[in-house]
Design a protein around this ligand. Structure first.
Ligand SMILES: Cc1ncc(COP(=O)(O)O)c(C=O)c1O
Length: 422
């Protein structure tokens, strides 16, 4: 097996070889905000606009090629999520817009007094759309998390679930503190009372293999720009549910999924790029993931290679994260939020949320930017997480997101600069 080393794949990402005005190499720890894309993605988008650009469903060549481009994207994302059918994949502008539209459609069949459960650990895109349903009499109940390690208080879930619970909306992983939630466990408990489960997998999808059939959830959303592709949102749902739910749609559009959920003309070049992003991850799995073939023996073809690719990424990112954590923990006056126990690394994404005594998160992020290093400071729309940690008036946290293209040298440089600033 060829072992994975980011140095062998970084040339696929043209953005990674940039330097700033001071000739410092750009370093991207902003993956949770959005990742860089491969040349294959750029070529696919450009090729769409040059050779295939048209609207759908006509007999002329470029329209036919557009239909093929869209069909390929549905198949690619179905493979990525191991969805039973490509018709279960809905595309839209981004996860937030898809979730606002979908939540309203879902609630059309609910009654005043019905309940949903949301969590304090979620991004606001998996909170605000559900809170908006309070206007029609839906009761919203909150699942809290333990600020000590930023894991959900699952012991409280059974008390919140009841016969009026229609839906549990929960994140796959926190984009602020990295916690990976036990989705299968949550699904089991929710299904026992007849509630459905909507998973926001935007922060999970770049870091671990996802299988919607294995998770057992009913709906799952993610965003391709977080896993090396363009700005496109994805929503998966069980076919029979997507088929029976009333969508907000224009009269002439397809009455069946996925068309009934995909309002208006799509971002065709983005969908061409989405397929290329998925193909890149599959190629990575084929090249470096042979050691995982046994673990994923139930999959074949691109589905297998995708699982191998994401498993390869998960292992590398986890090792690099542990290396970073080692360095961070030695910095005087540092606070690190979320799981830091090295035996529990499988319960978290490689996303660090930190504060230093001496300097605010915003000032830290600005100092790092002056060295060519990209990070984010604040709440990253995970307003409830930051509020619950008591950090709203203190500028939130500095977020350092590890991606599979980050190197040990980049992490060492970051830790060195942070140590000097502490
Ligand atoms: C966990 C999580 N959920 C949802 C979103 C919103 O995704 P989008 O930008 O596709 O609307 C983000 C974006 O950062 C996120 O990190």
């Amino acid at each position: 097996m060829t072992s994975y080393d980011p140095k062998h794949i970084r040339h696929h990402f043209p953005a990674l070889s940039q330097t700033d005005d001071l000739d410092q190499p750009l370093v991207f720890f902003d993956g949770p905000g959005g990742t860089q894309v491969t040349q294959g993605v750029i070529d696919a988008m450009s090729d769409y606009l040059v050779r295939r650009n048209a609207n759908t469903h006509s007999a002329f060549l470029t329209s036919q090629r557009t239909d093929e481009t869209l069909a390929a994207a549905h198949h690619a994302l179905a493979d990525f999520l191991n969805a039973p059918s490509a018709d279960e994949i809905i595309f839209g502008a981004n996860m937030t817009s898809l979730t606002f539209a979908f939540s309203r459609a879902l609630a059309r069949s609910w009654q005043a007094g019905d309940e949903i459960i949301i969590t304090h650990l979620d991004h606001d895109a998996n909170i605000a759309p559900w809170l908006a349903l309070e206007d029609q009499g839906i009761r919203v109940r909150w699942l809290d998390f333990d600020p000590a390690d930023c894991t959900l208080r699952l012991d409280d879930l059974d008390d919140l679930l009841g016969k009026r619970t229609r839906l549990v909306a929960v994140g796959g992983a926190s984009n602020a503190v990295g916690t990976i939630n036990p989705i299968k466990q949550i699904v089991d408990r929710a299904h026992k009372v007849g509630a459905q489960v909507f998973v926001d997998a935007v922060h999970l999808a770049p870091h671990v293999p996802i299988d919607v059939q294995d998770l057992g959830c009913d709906y799952l959303a993610c965003s391709v720009y977080k896993f090396y592709g363009p700005h496109v949102g994805v929503l998966w749902g069980r076919y029979e549910l997507l088929d029976s739910l009333p969508a907000y749609k224009v009269q002439p559009s397809d009455p069946k999924p996925p068309g009934k959920w995909m309002t208006g003309t799509q971002n065709h070049e983005g969908l061409a790029g989405a397929t290329a992003a998925v193909d890149f991850l599959a190629a990575l799995g084929e090249q470096y993931g042979s050691g995982y073939a046994k673990a994923f023996s139930g999959y074949s073809g691109r589905r297998l290679h995708l699982k191998q690719g994401l498993a390869t990424i998960a292992t590398y990112e986890r090792d690099l994260f542990v290396h970073m954590l080692d360095g961070l923990m030695a910095i005087p006056g540092i606070e690190i939020f979320g799981i830091t126990d090295l035996d529990r690394m499988a319960e978290r994404a490689p996303t660090a949320a930190i504060r230093l005594d001496a300097i605010s998160p915003q000032a830290l992020s600005e100092r790092l930017a002056s060295f060519g290093i990209a990070t984010y400071a604040g709440h990253f729309y995970a307003v409830s997480v930051i509020e619950r940690l008591g950090l709203t008036d203190r500028g939130g946290v500095l977020r350092i997101g590890i991606s599979h293209y980050n190197t040990y040298e980049e992490v060492d440089r970051l830790v060195e600069i942070l140590s000097d600033l502490s």
